[in-house]
Design a protein around this ligand. Structure first.
Ligand SMILES: NC(=O)NCCC(=O)O
Ligand SMILES: [Zn+2]
Ligand SMILES: [Zn+2]
Length: 461
């Protein structure tokens, strides 16, 4: 059995910062000790670097079918890019199509991922068709480690569930321990505004942001919270972008309700200014919920500091500018929704540390530990502690880099952060003790990553 020692770094977890050596044996963390005490067969020098848990990105969409095309990262390319960016676990979304079962959808996603992933992965299940069979299948999925279910108040005719369907799924999750994840936007009202905008000739990407109003995100967030309260179920609201939605979450949490919120780097770093870029460039920034005016960013950072928002995931859902985002030239509603970002999250959040928005430990908490706890992976994932999987990143906090499509590894022809300078860079990444990135060289392989069943939410107590 090979023993690997990571020597001389500053180990940062959600709760501690300590200069320690980290011993890895058999794919797990075996011990932490004062520098110089332990020996091993192989030593990785982390002097002057951070030693952090691998990132847990709880919201990705590899190969998602959407708007007549597919998200451009496969499980192979997307998980490789994730590893490059210091993420060692993703939780992707399997999709139930209307008229089909959860099992069928989950099997299809297993087939896409199995043998192709560079890092470990789990699945949430998108529930698009709530009926008696679906509700029974939810119980079975929880038992096999797919313990969270996404519902959509948006996208009528595609993923949309009405309030009755949502309430039924929430009631079921209150019984079986599953966690409902909500895409909270009033899709019925948005569709009216889309139709009216197009009738006025408002076809540019920026109108995507105008019709998907903050108030309609806040209204849906409020409704989801109250439905969950009636059902006696916890709730996790995905990709929160509007400050009015943060306020709804904060109010509910002040009332003591078990409601949680996730935001994404695009809402923290980008804005409607990007959506308004000329020559259809704004299409690169079309996602839902949409980017908001800049003043929302401060409220999102505040929510992350006060723990009214608990998690930052990417909602990685890339579509190439040429050939995919193009589908919406002349009609913004046909632009496939989603942004690339799985490779950028850890770096952008480190930049937030440098900029003073969050502390180093909060960086690890929102990007590693809490997503692991929220979705039943802790302490296997999300921390550096004896017994945990040796998913470890050696992070150089002083390296400077410029984010660009020229240098990124995601399978998409643009970067949402093109030209942005960030301080900090991933140097080496271990997944269960195996080096997948070694001093900025890719050393991983497709098939190393395995499906990781999850327990139910561990963030409730
Ligand atoms: N977010 C987005 O625009 N695309 C991915 C699907 C979803 O999360 O709603
Ligand atoms: Zn969504
Ligand atoms: Zn998503």
């Amino acid at each position: 059995m090979t023993r690997t020692l990571i020597h001389g770094g500053l180990v940062i977890t959600a709760s501690d910062e300590v200069h320690a050596d980290v011993l890895i044996e058999d794919g797990r963390i075996a011990a932490l000790a004062a520098p110089g005490v332990l020996t091993a067969d192989r030593t990785i020098d982390a002097t002057g670097k951070y030693v952090i848990p691998g990132g847990v990105d709880a919201h990705t969409h590899m190969e998602l079918p959407f708007g007549g095309t597919f998200a451009s990262d496969t499980f192979e390319t997307g998980t490789r890019a994730a590893a490059w960016g210091g993420t060692t676990t993703i939780i992707d979304f399997a999709v139930q199509s209307v008229g089909h079962g959860l099992r069928e959808g989950l099997d299809a996603w297993h087939a896409k991922a199995e043998g192709n992933c560079a890092i470990d992965y789990g699945f949430h299940m998108i529930v698009s068709d709530v009926n008696e069979d679906t509700l029974k299948e939810m119980d079975l999925l929880v038992e096999e480690g797919v313990t969270s279910f996404k519902q959509f108040m948006a996208y009528p005719g595609v993923f949309y569930s009405d309030d009755g369907q949502i309430l039924r799924a929430m009631q079921r999750s209150a019984d079986n321990g599953g966690l409902i994840m909500m895409h909270a936007e009033n899709g019925i009202a948005i569709d009216v505004l889309v139709e009216q905008a197009l009738a006025r000739g408002e076809t540019d990407p920026r109108y995507h942001g105008e019709v998907r109003k903050a108030l309609l995100e806040a209204e849906a967030t409020h409704r989801a919270i109250r439905l969950a309260q009636v059902a006696g179920a916890p709730l996790y609201v995905v990709h929160v972008s509007a400050m009015e939605a943060v306020a709804e979450l904060a109010r509910a949490r002040d009332e003591g309700l078990p409601v949680f919120g996730e935001t994404c780097p695009q809402y923290l770093f980008l804005s409607t200014d990007n959506l308004a870029e000329p020559d259809f460039e704004g299409a690169k920034y079309v996602c839902s919920t949409p980017l908001r005016p800049r003043e929302h960013q401060a409220k999102l950072w505040q929510g992350l500091r006060t723990n009214d928002l608990q998690v930052v995931s990417t909602d990685h859902c890339p579509f190439c500018f040429t050939g995919q985002k193009d589908l919406g030239r002349g009609d913004f509603s046909k632009i496939p929704n989603g942004l690339p970002g799985v490779e950028n999250r850890m770096d952008l959040l480190h930049q937030a540390v440098v900029d003073g928005h969050i502390s180093r430990r909060r960086w690890i908490e929102i990007a590693c530990a809490t997503p692991a706890r929220m979705f039943g992976l802790y302490p296997k994932k999300g921390t550096i502690a004896p017994g945990a999987d040796a998913d470890v990143v050696i992070y150089d906090p002083h390296a400077e880099q410029v984010l660009s499509a020229e240098t990124h590894h995601m399978n998409v022809d643009y970067s949402a952060y093109e030209g942005r300078r960030v301080t900090g860079r991933v140097e080496t990444v271990l997944s269960r003790g195996v080096p997948v990135v070694t001093e900025r060289e890719y050393t991983g392989h497709a098939g190393h990553g395995v499906f990781t069943p999850r327990s139910t939410c561990q963030y409730l107590n």
